[in-house]
Design a protein around this ligand. Structure first.
Ligand code: BDR
Ligand code: CA
Length: 320
């Protein structure tokens, strides 16, 4: 059993990442921390609380995180994020549940520090799937947790172009300065970026299988995925049909690293000019590699897709 903290900007594929974590018998989700990106931090947290209610796990604590990048005083959703995730983060489809629980009083960064102090690195993995702001702030606030922190993040691209600029992936671009600090902090990081997440697709047929469960949860997921698939196929008319399972692949790789093949490489994040947000091998560490960062370069897409559908469908059948 692996304990997980998900740091989400919920978000369509963040919703699926949460669903996968809850549907996985080998995962114990001990908390969700809210970040920004696809939506504002506040909207993401509201989505998390409603989704936990829908999925029958309102007992899982949700912590509000930093609501803006470390390089700015405020945050507004990028037009591309709004296009892909809808104005509410779930493809303009309403989550069919009303949250009874509220976000915890403890700030997300403090929760991360406390959780990383009290759990061994062999027990707990933090999975950020949005801006790196919260996790970078936690490592800075408490240098004693750096050595034990294990992070499997969705973000970046080493062998592929970016998805918001020719160089930058969306999560890194939200706060490149925070990502740059994260990659040099010394924690153990697995970067699950576009190199592999663009290889894992959910087809329209698979998306419709949720509706066939006859549950309100299933109908919600299928409607949300129809929106996501439409917009993905419109944006990439010559690409493989379907939508990308970016964030769920990070969760699945945290639980079962055998799904991916990784390359050990210290990463630097460019923060200036046209390359802002680019994740690239760090020239300053080529001769003195830390060995602490792995980049996923290959994925067993078929095994992941099968497992994703099997676990999530069985879970949705038990939902309202
Ligand atoms: C990442 O950016 C967000 O839009 C998605 O939720 C995912 O985390 C993909 O680049
Ligand atoms: Ca995300």
């Amino acid at each position: 059993m692996t304990k997980l903290i998900l740091d989400l900007d919920t978000g369509i594929d963040d919703t699926l990442a949460l669903l996968y974590a809850l549907a996985s018998p080998d995962a114990e989700l001990i908390g969700i921390t809210g970040t920004f990106g696809n939506v504002s931090m506040e909207t993401g947290v509201a989505n998390d609380l409603a989704l936990l209610e829908l999925f029958g796990r309102p007992d899982i604590p949700v912590f509000a995180g930093t609501d803006h990048p470390s390089w700015a005083d405020s945050f507004s959703v990028m037009p591309e994020s709004g296009r892909f995730h809808g104005r509410n983060g779930t493809g303009n489809v309403e989550i069919p549940a009303c949250a009874r629980a509220k976000a915890q009083a403890l700030p997300a960064v403090e929760f991360l520090v406390e959780a990383l102090r009290t759990n061994g690195s062999d027990e707990l993995i933090v999975v950020p799937t949005g801006a790196s702001t919260n996790i970078a702030a936690a490592l800075e606030a408490a240098p004693d947790i750096v050595e034990r922190a294990r992070i499997v993040m969705m973000g970046g691209a080493l062998t592929q172009p970016g998805n918001v600029t020719p160089f930058a992936e969306a999560n890194i671009m939200q706060d490149p300065e925070a990502s740059a600090r994260l990659f040099t902090a010394g924690a153990q990081i697995t970067m699950v970026g576009l190199d592999v997440t663009t290889q894992v697709k959910l087809t329209r047929e698979q998306a419709e299988a949720y509706r066939a469960t006859g549950t309100a949860t299933g109908a919600f997921l299928s409607d949300m995925l129809a929106y996501y698939t439409d917009v993905t196929e419109e944006a990439h008319p010559t690409g493989v049909p379907g939508c990308n399972l970016h964030d769920p692949l990070a969760v699945a790789s945290a639980l079962d690293p055998s799904l991916i093949d990784t390359f050990t490489c210290d990463i630097m994040v460019e923060t200036e000019g046209a390359g802002r947000g680019r994740t690239i091998g760090d020239p300053a560490r080529v001769t003195c590699p830390s060995g602490r960062t792995q980049v996923a370069l290959a994925v067993d897409a078929e095994r992941f897709a099968e497992r994703f559908m099997e676990r999530t469908l069985a879970f949705v059948r038990r939902c309202p």
